[in-house]
Design a protein around this ligand. Structure first.
Ligand code: IMP
Ligand code: MG
Length: 175
């Protein structure tokens, strides 16, 4: 089967939107330091690109959770593969995600992080597919709301590939 990627959101549009979000984050946190927390691997590109646009000091902390195999459907079962290195207690935490699909991953992650008593916790996602939501989760910053399609690029993968694309595209499977 052949795969074809059709551009959905250009690199320029993403950069512009992240600029706006960074400004909003600066205002909401009143210039205070934020700890960017990212669930590897998908969120890493968004985290790095957003970090470069933030006007306040920012630290980075990573974890790895699994919700998908190589398939395109969420299993609903989430596992912590690698936990955060530094404590988030008393910190302003900004969770940065690539995409919210069913919401299961983020909802689980949010509960876990809140139990560690950060000073505040906000959530940023580059993409949101609201049609697919199974578990409600409050999102503070959304880059783009998209229809139900499987997308790749800007950190998002299909079977670990396409993460390095500088744009977001829809993947089509052809005979
Ligand atoms: P959720 O638990 O269903 O919200 O799944 C969220 C995770 O599934 C994301 O962090 C992605 O890793 C993955 N995912 C969901 N939709 C897509 C997609 O369209 N392309 C690539 N990965 C996706
Ligand atoms: Mg992810």
């Amino acid at each position: 089967m052949k795969e074809r990627v059709e551009v959905m959101i250009t690199a320029e549009a993403i950069a512009k939107r992240l600029e706006e979000i960074a400004e909003q984050v600066y205002e909401d946190f009143e210039g205070e330091q934020v700890e960017l927390v990212c669930a590897l691997k998908g969120g890493v590109t968004v985290l790095v690109e957003l970090a470069k646009k933030l006007r306040q000091p920012a630290t980075m902390n990573f974890m790895r959770v699994s919700s998908y195999g190589d398939a395109t459907e969420s299993s609903g079962h989430i596992q912590i593969i690698m936990d955060l290195e530094e404590s988030i207690e008393g910190k302003n935490v900004l969770v940065v995600e690539d995409i919210i699909d069913s919401g299961r991953t983020l909802s689980h992650l949010r509960g876990l992080l809140l139990s560690r008593e950060p000073k505040s916790l906000k959530i940023c996602t580059l993409l949101d597919k609201p049609e697919r939501r199974v578990t409600d989760v409050p999102v503070d910053y959304t880059g783009f709301t998209i229809p139900d399609a499987f997308v790749v690029g800007f950190g998002l993968d299909y079977a670990q590939r396409y993460r390095n694309l500088p744009y977001v595209g829809v993947i089509h499977f052809e005979e």
